[in-house]
Write a protein that binds this ligand. Structure first.
Ligand code: MD3
Ligand code: FE
Length: 232
């Protein structure tokens, strides 16, 4: 793992400059190519149907979606009706090197922040595998990321996320409220059109104990290598 490791808070490890400029360029190209197959679209809020300012797509077996009926994971793109493209190999490897979890990610949610886009304070709690961390990769313009505690009322702090930063949120931070207050336009030339991409890798379904008959279907699930933030 490249970059500088910073222990931000319990359960939060920030790797500054985890990806060098070449890695960032290659990953961005890969993401934008896959987004031809699974185009960015604007999800809508549960109940109100108000559109997000962020545009989204997903890679992997399951994609996170939101519409007036609620938040959920779906195997199909809500606009094209097709399955999501596979998660890029380099991201699976990054998870393997840093997540400290026994199973690979099933979802790569891709958030695209064009001018003025932001994300309000929220918790990520639609994953059944809450013992798995969430891994975030930032590409493009800098963003002011706000993170608090497990209660909306908890004090928050702001971290400036830059292109190439990787953050692992696990253990005590997994239910922390967080959001993106703003993106600093023009701080990066990485994206051809400007703006910011954020990729989050997630495990959605808990490790299954249903394996081959000789492995015994009724034995306990394998324990995670280590719940919580990355191993350094
Ligand atoms: C802390 N995305 O997609 S990444 C999201 O930059 C999301 O687009 C933001 O919040 C973005 O849900 C923030 C950092 C992040 C992601 C998931 C977390 C922080 C987290 C889950 C639990 C705790
Ligand atoms: Fe989130």
């Amino acid at each position: 793992m490249h970059g500088t490791r910073l222990d931000v808070a319990p359960g939060i490890v920030l790797w500054r400059e985890a990806l060098d400029r070449l890695d960032q360029t290659q990953l961005t190209a890969e993401v934008l190519a896959l987004a031809e197959e699974a185009p960015f679209y604007r999800p809508t809020m549960p109940r109100s149907g108000k559109p997000f300012s962020v545009e989204e797509t997903n890679f992997g077996a399951l994609g996170w979606i939101s519409d007036p009926s609620g938040y959920r994971y779906s195997p199909l793109h809500p606009v094209t009706g097709r399955v999501w493209p596979a998660i890029p190999k380099r991201l699976i490897e990054l998870w393997g090197q840093t997540a400290g979890y026994c199973m690979p990610p099933e979802c790569c949610l891709v958030n695209l922040y064009r001018r003025g886009a932001r994300m309000g304070l929220h918790q990520d709690r639609d994953e059944a595998a809450m013992d798995a961390p969430v891994l975030s990769v930032s590409l493009g313009d800098d963003a002011l990321f706000r993170i608090g505690g497990a209660s909306r009322k908890d004090r928050t702090r702001t971290i400036r996320l830059q292109s190439g930063d990787v953050v692992i949120f696990g253990g005590p931070a997994r239910l922390a409220f967080h959001g993106i207050d703003r993106v600093m336009e023009g701080t990066s030339s990485l994206l051809p059109t400007g703006g910011r991409l954020n990729l989050t890798l997630r495990r959605v379904t808990p490790p299954s104990n249903k394996k081959t008959p000789d492995q015994g279907a009724d034995r306990a699930s394998p324990a995670p290598l280590r719940a919580g933030a990355g191993r350094g």
